[in-house]
Design a protein around this ligand. Structure first.
Ligand code: ARG
Length: 720
């Protein structure tokens, strides 16, 4: 085992993958991968890419918020990230009166910067802890391993934790549990909004253009990290000062050509490139269609209200964008997986693997086991989606489900008054947040629709006992849509959750009987408990078995390859990666060629005055018409370049990632993947995969010409 891990390590770093597939661990860049980068045009030394002792590029890259990447672009802690990464913070800072989401915002001096709830994390160091983890788990059966794993992780991360300096470690499983690496982060908590374009620029093209090229979105926003006077992470305070970073990325407005070197650092969230045919079948036939259908429904009801009222729009905007983003993704993912026959390719690989495995004891039954495992879980998979994306897709219902924790505290034998108070306080806080975010008209429609969908689409034998019978007895025929509408209306009018008086009276003196008889709690809890008692144990068993098989399968995959783990990099898991490639045009289909850049002229081609997705600020229209591009003009195109595409391998989580030239200068921000390669989490397509980036010249033009924030241009000092 140990030997395997070692060879995994060496080989993974010795060879590069074909084309531009590969999300490499920057600290484990072997000579060969590094040489490949140089061959492609890189002008930096390995030490400049990543160093523990000296400032290097990795010191300018941060985890931004919960799921994005950002980069430092000045010596005063200025951060660039995507507009869609700053979106929630921008919406939260906005009001109907000061509507920064709609109108944009720039701080013309530091006093105008706006506090946020965001954090950013800098990577301090990386430690391979495989031996420690394996030693602690030696001899355990898989299920016991799983049970002990988190404890083992904690015993290791406890040793590096330093609360005062905001330092904590997290351990990541690599190569499906064949290797464990600890990343140590420093977390800063005083992050301020510095600037954002209006949404008509930052989200130009909306969901119609999302995940597609050609693109004209100015997907950027600007923040700043603050620290205590001695540079330590600390809570927000007037006393805090902008952080002096170890490294920041110089910004270049020299422009790009087709074929130029491009390098992206960041935090790709997840890929599953060694997925089996069984997993793909379940995804294509059950999971993705269910998710897409339920999100379709929810989005429709939200959108209906958002277009009516700017206050509702602000309230729902961030949730809506998140739901819509992966609604389109999962729909497109399945379409591409089918189009490229990924299932058949996997099947064929598995047949070959099985032939190899016949004579090898450990691997012999691997696909029989996979098949059994999927057969056991598949009948309940749709149920799981319909609970998560359906029943709990209603915000009221989701909040009601969170009250199960309070019910548990209230009914648990031996619970102290203090336990109950703690649970009640938590519920009360969550209630405040819920009420602030709640939009009654859309939620009412959602609740009726998802309750009906569950009734119709999920096998009756899996329904929570008695729930639909009761509903039908009180409200009528379950095949009539109006029955569910009447019911939802009634639930909304009766539940104490939506009445401040009733809620306050309850929470001041909570009791289980009142909670259990609440119309909303009663309904949702029945679904959640039904799932938790009967189906969650099956799901957990399914996941554990899959992970156990996955570790073995990957070991076999490596053993089978003549060059072992060569051309292999661990699946993305929100740990820091670097990918390299080139700026590159492509051919999406017969007779169509896509250029490598889009321009301001294209913005005007798409412009639809007053449209929800394709409107523009009038000042932008005017400036583009006058070709007022200043220093940011692209001389070759005689136009302003808005976005470009590269061959780099990235995925969700990389949003906001810096795209750098051969010298490590910032040339753009990665913000999306293209539609033709939406199967990329499972199968990288060397021909068609592209990363969509906003050109930094367009970013600076928006800040400077449209926003008038020359203070920021002076701070950034772009290289001309
Ligand atoms: N597809 C982009 C990503 O996942 C997010 C774009 C957000 N915009 C939107 N129209 N929903 O990084």
């Amino acid at each position: 085992m140990k030997k395997l891990i070692l060879s995994l390590f060496l080989l993974a770093s010795l060879f590069s993958a074909r084309a531009d597939e590969g999300m490499w661990l920057p600290m484990l860049l072997g000579k060969q991968v590094y040489n490949d980068m140089v061959k492609r045009g890189l002008k930096l030394s390995k030490e400049q890419l990543y160093s523990i002792n000296k400032a290097s590029i990795k010191d300018a890259i941060v985890i931004f918020g919960r799921g994005c990447t950002g980069e430092i672009v000045s010596n005063q802690g200025l951060i660039f990230t995507n507009h869609h990464c700053g979106y929630e913070a921008i919406a939260a800072a906005s009001s109907v009166k000061n509507n920064y989401l709609r109108d944009g915002f720039y701080a013309y001096n530091k006093d105008q910067e706006i506090k946020s709830e965001l954090t950013v994390q800098f990577l301090e160091q990386i430690v391979d802890v495989t031996k420690q983890v394996e030693d602690s788990l030696k001899g355990l059966k898989w299920d016991d391993r799983v049970k002990k794993l988190q404890k083992v992780y904690k015993s290791i991360t406890d040793k590096v934790e330093d609360k005062e300096n905001g330092i904590a470690g997290r351990i990541y499983s690599m190569f499906k549990d064949n290797q464990y690496i600890m990343f140590v982060y420093k977390t800063y908590k005083d992050i301020r909004l510095v600037g954002t374009p209006p949404e008509s620029i930052g989200k130009f093209g909306g969901d119609t253009d999302n995940w597609e090229w050609p693109r004209h979105t100015g997907d950027f926003s600007i923040f700043r990290v603050y620290a205590s006077k001695d540079g330590k992470p600390t809570e927000y305070s007037n006393e805090n000062v902008p952080l002096t970073p170890k490294h920041f990325l110089p910004v270049s407005i020299k422009g790009i050509k087709d074929g130029d070197y491009a390098m992206i650092y960041g935090y790709p969230g997840g890929t599953n490139r060694y997925e089996t045919s069984y997993g793909i079948k379940l995804k294509n036939e059950v999971e993705n269609p269910a998710l897409v259908a339920l999100r379709d429904m929810r989005l429709k009801y939200m959108h209906e209200q958002m277009i009516k009222d700017p206050a509702v729009k602000l309230k729902l905007a961030s949730d809506y964008a998140g739901i819509a983003n992966y609604w389109k993704f999962f729909d497109g993912e399945t379409k591409q997986l089918i189009k490229y026959n990924v299932y058949d390719q996997k099947k064929q690989y598995e047949t070959e693997f099985a032939t190899w495995a016949k004579s090898r004891i450990g691997f012999k039954d691997i696909f029989t086991e996979y098949e059994k495992n999927y057969a056991n879980w598949t009948p309940y998979s749709k149920h799981r989606q319909y609970l998560r994306e359906g029943i709990l897709g209603s915000p009221l219902s989701a909040f009601a489900s969170s009250l199960i924790a309070l019910e548990t505290a209230l009914t648990k034998p031996g619970a102290t008054a203090e336990d109950i108070k703690k649970a009640a306080d938590a519920a009360n806080n969550a209630h405040k947040n819920f009420m602030n975010a709640e939009d009654l008209p859309s939620d009412k429609n959602i609740l009726a629709a998802v309750a009906k969908a569950f009734y119709n689409d999920i096998d009756k034998s899996q329904h929570p006992v008695g729930v639909y019978e009761k509903l039908s007895a009180a409200y009528g025929d379950l095949n009539d849509e109006n029955t569910f509408k009447k019911w939802a209306l009634d639930v909304f009018s009766k539940t104490m959750i939506l009445s401040d008086d009733k809620w306050n009276a309850f929470i001041a003196n909570p009791d289980s009987a009142s909670l259990q008889s609440d119309a909303m709690f009663n309904f949702t809890a029945a679904f959640v408990k039904n799932y938790n008692n009967k189906y969650m144990p099956l799901y957990t068993a399914f996941v554990n078995k899959n992970n156990e098989l996955g570790r073995l399968y990957l070991k076999g995959i490596i053993e089978r390859r003549p060059d072992g783990a060569a051309k292999m990099y661990p699946d993305a898991n929100f740990s820091m990666r670097v990918s390299f490639g080139n700026v590159k045009s492509y051919k999406p289909k017969d007779a169509v060629n896509y250029d490598f850049v889009t321009t301001a002229s294209g913005i005007l081609e798409k412009y639809v005055p007053g449209d929800y997705e394709f409107d523009l600020p009038s000042k932008e229209v005017e400036l583009i018409k006058n070709k007022d591009f200043g220093d940011y003009i692209d001389k070759n195109k005689n136009d302003l370049v808005v976005a470009f595409i590269t061959t780099n391998d990235i995925t969700g989580g990389n949003s906001g990632s810096p795209v750098m030239d051969a010298n490590g200068n910032l040339i753009g921000l990665a913000f999306d993947g293209n539609y033709e390669a939406l199967s990329h989490k499972i199968a990288f397509d060397a021909e068609l995969n592209r990363t969509i980036c906003v050109d930094v010249r367009y970013v600076l033009w928006c800040i400077d010409k449209l926003g008038g924030a020359t203070n920021l241009i002076d701070e950034i000092k772009p290289i001309k």
